[in-house]
Ligand binder design. Structure first.
Ligand code: ADE
Length: 243
């Protein structure tokens, strides 16, 4: 069981992604719990302001530190070593390895930034780490927090039906996945490779490993550099020269 506490000014944005498919099933079955905390309800001034003009001038608004701090204080800590993550394009790039590491925690707190930025004191005094989901700028941290919740949740034992599915994913093996097919065996003349219809499991297994390797070399050669190759893999790479 892993608990996510999400601090946001738009809690309603989470209703749909968390309310259907695998995440809903995972929550209904008690594998994950998602708690939303509306930062605005922790703003104590008359207008419930969560942002303000930047010191030093300039355009845009900056999210205030006090409502975020108060929202954080309202989150019950279920243990020690709970990551307090600020979602920001300035953070560490998110990847499968990081998802695996986060899945080892009992609780994760995610702070969704907004507007032009977040008061630097959130970074320096409240957050314990900062994560980016990619080199582009979103309108806020909500979508990126959902990405973290999704990628981490599917690694929680029991969330995926078949316990092999997460460990044979793209990236967790350091390779992209092999091609998948289902019925019909031919559609508009587009045929499923014979080997998959052969019933020869050893050959199918070898074909999948090879396709996975060749596809990775073609699309993501950077991943191969980070991975030690087996003798069989080296042989395949020499045998199948990219067109
Ligand atoms: N907030 C805005 N853009 C973001 C990004 N790329 N990653 C994480 N949080 C963000």
């Amino acid at each position: 069981m892993i608990r996510f506490d999400i601090l946001t000014v738009f809690p309603e944005m989470f209703a749909s992604p968390c309310g259907c498919s695998l995440l809903k099933k995972a929550a209904d079955r008690g594998f994950i719990a998602i708690h939303l905390h509306d930062i605005r309800s922790h703003a104590e001034d008359k207008h419930h302001m969560t942002d303000d003009a930047p010191y030093g001038g300039g355009g845009g608004m900056v999210m205030k530190v006090e409502p975020i701090d108060r929202a954080l204080q309202s989150v019950p800590a279920t243990g020690e070593d709970v990551p307090i993550v600020l979602m920001t394009p300035q953070g560490e790039p998110f990847c499968q390895k990081m998802a695996e590491e986060l899945a080892g925690h009992q609780q994760i707190i995610l702070i969704c930034g907004h507007y032009e930025g977040v008061d630097e004191r959130v970074r320096t005094h409240l957050a314990t780490r900062e994560i980016s989901i990619g080199d582009y700028v979103l309108t806020g941290g909500e979508l990126s927090a959902m990405v973290i919740v999704d990628a981490v949740s599917r690694l929680v034992p029991g969330v995926l039906g078949n316990c092999e599915s997460a460990s044979s994913d793209s990236f967790s093996m350091g390779l992209l996945e092999y091609p998948h097919y289902t019925r019909p065996a031919a559609y508009r003349g587009w045929e499923v490779p014979d080997v998959l219809l052969s019933g020869n499991h050893r050959e199918i297994e070898a074909w999948r490993r090879r396709e996975s390797l060749l596809r990775t070399r073609k699309r993501r050669p950077d991943l191969l550099k980070e991975r030690a190759l087996t003798i069989e893999e080296k042989k395949w790479l020499d045998m199948f020269i990219d067109p």
